[in-house]
Design a protein around this ligand. Structure first.
Ligand code: CA
Length: 238
């Protein structure tokens, strides 16, 4: 059954949160967006549902009566690989790290905007589906916050879409495929245009890399994503 938002009604989101106001508000936003919500104020009940009811995604607060969110996360990961978003309070830095180590996919620190949580839920579901619908798997590359889908020509950086030209996309794809390796401008040029003609004065690749960095919000002096290895070429760390 497809609802008004065009989403399959069976997409269930489980939320475990004992602060009722937060749980109710998040549930409201998710329901408005066409999700079915399984809402629990208690950790023990939430864990039972998370393990047997198989939601498409779980949102887990850490401090809960009964079983805490980290334990629920750990138990889910023994059996299931659906996305998990943890809710943490300010100052629970270690819990965040523990959550991610236990297999959570993302976390949000309270207080947060419900709309932002909904956006993260959708981002996680998109990514999860992309990896679990077979066929497309070989076409998706993921390297340090970058997700490249060669089939759909989609590029996400930290869940945000980047609008890339085919050449920029091609450069990024090659660097991601060979992450950790330095690829020279000359080689990039040959791989992309399959042309023999290239001189050291040819700055085509340099210009494209500059545009890529701009689009990625990366700095030229201290690039985080595409590193320049002077005199050798470019690389993306794995
Ligand atoms: Ca709590």
């Amino acid at each position: 059954m497809i609802n008004a938002k065009g989403r399959n009604m069976t997409e269930k989101i489980l939320i475990a949160e004992d602060e009722k106001e937060i749980a109710d508000l998040v549930a409201l936003y998710l329901e408005n967006d066409g999700f079915e919500v399984l809402k629990y104020y208690d950790g023990t009940e939430a864990m039972g549902a998370a393990l047997s009811n198989q939601p498409e995604l779980a949102i887990l607060d850490i401090m809960l009566p009964g079983v805490n969110g980290l334990e629920i996360c750990r138990r889910i990961r023994e059996k299931h690989n659906y996305p998990i978003i943890m809710l943490t309070a300010k100052g629970e830095e270690t819990d965040k790290i523990t959550g991610l180590a236990l297999g959570a996919d993302d976390y949000m620190t309270k207080p947060f905007l419900p709309l932002e949580l909904v956006a993260r839920v959708k981002a996680q579901l998109r990514r999860y589906k992309r990896y679990n619908t077979g066929g497309e798997q070989g076409d998706v590359l993921e390297v340090s916050g970058l997700v490249l889908n060669s089939k759909t020509h989609e590029c996400l950086l930290n869940e945000k879409p980047l609008s890339l030209t085919p050449t920029e996309f091609a450069i990024l794809r090659i660097l991601c495929q060979r992450k950790g390796e330095v690829v020279s401008a000359e080689e990039l040029f040959h791989l992309i245009w399959e042309e023999e003609y290239y001189t050291k004065n040819n700055n085509t690749i340099t210009v494209h890399v500059r545009h890529l960095r701009e689009k990625m919000g990366d700095s030229f002096e201290h690039p985080k994503y595409i590193k320049t290895v002077w005199g050798c070429g470019y690389k993306i760390e794995g």
